[in-house]
Design a binder for this molecule. Structure first.
Ligand code: T3D
Length: 260
């Protein structure tokens, strides 16, 4: 596994745990950190990980772009920065071959909210919140936040969150359909790891295809989705895990999926 400067990575069985690790700045994002997150997500399946778990070090999940670094004048103009660093990271999440669980342990603001909501399963600590903190500094939502919130919660909620930039607490985020489950703060990491571990023991190829086809369904027509389902079913049907799933069902035993 590569060594990183701004994130921590650790293996928990077949789960790759990624911890955003700039706690002194609430895990605010700098370009090198975005590149590291992308690299870790992209490398995970090749390194044998069958699920990814993302969380933050310290009291925050992530406070979005590092505004102090921008104050230093060290950064490119924002659009360029998005194309070079944020968008490749967002696409790495969207295109991951393995499922992603995010564990929101505290504030998830700006592009930090985008990362939090990029999980397939989003577990939020009761004290955590989401905040589209963009308009508050004269910017617009980015790193996928517009799409993720509008698709996840609908137009009215997306506009409210993006225009006003207020905090949305975990329980309200769950009600809005943005969060899978809200849990007590003390239980967050174990619940999130349980989900990731469960996903890592499932038929990985099928799960990767499910991620893709749900993404495609949110953008395509019913007819197009039917065709994608058929293509994906052919691919899933060729896996050893499908053979194992059927054999286990017939033998009335628990399947053991190998992820291929
Ligand atoms: O080119 C580009 O970069 C374009 C891309 C933009 C993407 C974006 O994400 S834009 C949105 C950027 N993020 C924000 O505007 C959020 C800024 N942070 C906050 O509003 C608040 O910190 C929070 C609501 C997230 C949390 O508030 P609170 O009261 O719990 O903490 P705090 O006291 O504000 O922050 C604690 C420390 O973290 C503090 O440092 P200090 O005073 O203890 O030395 C604060 O400056 C630092 N910090 C928090 N957020 C950031 C940050 N430092 C740099 N960048 C931050 N985003």
């Amino acid at each position: 596994m590569a060594a990183y400067q701004h994130i921590l990575t650790a293996r928990e069985g077949d789960v790759l745990a990624i911890t955003l690790n700039r706690p002194e700045r609430l895990n605010a994002l700098v370009p090198a950190m975005l590149d590291e997150i992308r690299a870790a997500v992209e490398a995970a399946p090749g390194e044998g990980a069958r699920a990814i778990l993302v969380t933050g070090a310290g009291r925050a999940f992530c406070a979005g772009a590092d505004l102090q670094a921008r104050g230093d004048g060290a950064l490119k103009e924002p659009g360029e920065n998005l194309r070079a660093h944020y968008n490749p990271m967002a696409l790495a999440f969207a295109n991951s071959a393995v499922p992603i669980v995010t564990a929101i342990n505290g504030p998830a603001a700006g592009a930090g909210a985008s990362i939090a909501l990029a999980g397939d399963i989003v577990i939020a600590a009761r004290s955590s919140y989401l905040m589209l903190a963009f308009a508050g500094i004269g910017l617009v939502p980015d790193a996928g936040a517009t799409w993720l919130v509008a698709k996840g919660a609908g137009r009215a909620r997306a506009l409210e969150m993006a225009l006003l930039g207020e905090k949305l607490d975990a329980a309200d985020a769950e009600d809005a359909g943005l969060v899978t489950r809200t849990v007590d703060d003390a239980a967050l990491q174990s619940v999130a790891l349980d989900y990731a571990t469960r996903l890592a023991a499932m038929p990985t190829v099928a799960l990767g295809l499910i991620r893709k086809q749900v993404g495609a369904a949110l953008q395509g027509t019913f007819e197009a989705t039917l065709e994608i389902e058929a293509e994906h079913q052919s691919a899933a049907g060729r896996t050893a895990d499908f053979a194992e799933g059927v054999a286990a069902f017939v033998a009335k035993r628990k399947p053991v999926f190998r992820g291929a």
